[in-house]
Write a new protein. Structure first.
Length: 283
């Protein structure tokens, strides 16, 4: 009995607590028939439309900065070839491309190299006004057949971003063709991952993609200085960390813009060029 009494008292206590809760829950139970009240949605606080930062503001935040339009292209081929290959969305008609390069030349624009940009960032060596960078993504076969002869006609330097695992595949450059384009040193063949993988991936994938391409390019004496372009333009913090570790100097996105800043050297903007006169892009 002496042992049972505290047990009984405890049990009574538990029952009382359960009952109290049941009553409380009952009070707050929703009525069986719910009348919905549609209150007007909260009015958004008016905010000013975000405006792009001025050069001076960017320079103060991320500088030193330089105004250096970095044009980017994919396919350069005839409209017939583009249609046949189902690549019209990524193609600039070869004749149109020639007109664009001619226009740049006539307007007094000149190309600089990736070394010039790193020298500006690291040593403050100025880049003259009228400078541009020309970049081509994905190492398509038409880069050699259609783009390079025109670039050389006008004496323009360029960077080709190569997904190294796609080289020698149908529609892409071969390593032999890449070697044949090396003399002259006017084209930098740079890292665009191994399989053109998006780098919002797991860290081990990011590292494998970047380092495999890095090794393959280095074995062939390419990618010096070390420059990178993110597939699909998608940068990521782990990718930036890894690129820094491997000694990369610059990395390009597809974010539109022409102000290139030292503190954003792994998130550089570019200007995507389509089948329109370059005057439409402010040149
Ligand atoms: Zn690409």
């Amino acid at each position: 009995m002496k042992i049972l009494l505290p047990v009984i008292l405890t049990l009574i206590g538990i029952v009382v607590i359960i009952n109290t809760f049941a009553t409380l829950i009952g009070k707050f139970q929703a009525p069986s028939k719910i009348t919905k009240h549609f209150s007007p949605s909260p009015r958004p606080t008016p905010t000013s439309t975000p405006r792009p930062l001025t050069f001076a503001e960017m320079n103060a935040l991320y500088g030193p900065c330089v105004f250096l339009p970095t044009l980017f292209y994919h396919h350069i081929q005839s409209p017939e070839a583009a249609k046949q290959n189902k690549q019209t969305a990524l193609t600039i008609d070869t004749d149109f491309f020639r007109n664009q390069m001619k226009y740049l030349k006539e307007k007094g624009y000149h190309t600089v190299s990736m070394n010039d940009l790193t020298s500006f960032f690291d040593n403050g060596i100025p880049i003259s006004s009228g400078s541009i960078l020309l970049t081509f993504d994905d190492a398509y076969a038409d880069f050699a057949s259609d783009a390079v002869p025109i670039l050389r006609e006008f004496g323009f330097k360029a960077t080709l971003f190569v997904p190294t695992g796609l080289v020698n595949n149908p529609g892409y450059l071969t390593w032999d063709t890449i070697s044949s384009l090396m003399p002259g040193g006017d084209i930098l063949f740079a890292n665009h991952t191994w399989s053109h993988h998006n780098l919002l991936a797991a860290e081990n994938v990011i590292e494998k993609e970047i380092s495999t391409a890095d090794t393959q390019l280095a074995e062939k004496g390419l990618n010096s200085p070390k420059v990178f372009a993110y597939p699909y333009g998608l940068s990521s913090a782990p990718a930036e960390t890894f690129l820094t570790k491997l000694g990369y100097k610059l990395a390009f996105t597809t974010v539109p813009g022409s102000t290139l800043c030292k503190k954003l050297r792994f998130d550089l903007p570019r200007v995507r060029i389509g089948n329109a006169d370059l005057s439409a892009y402010g040149f």
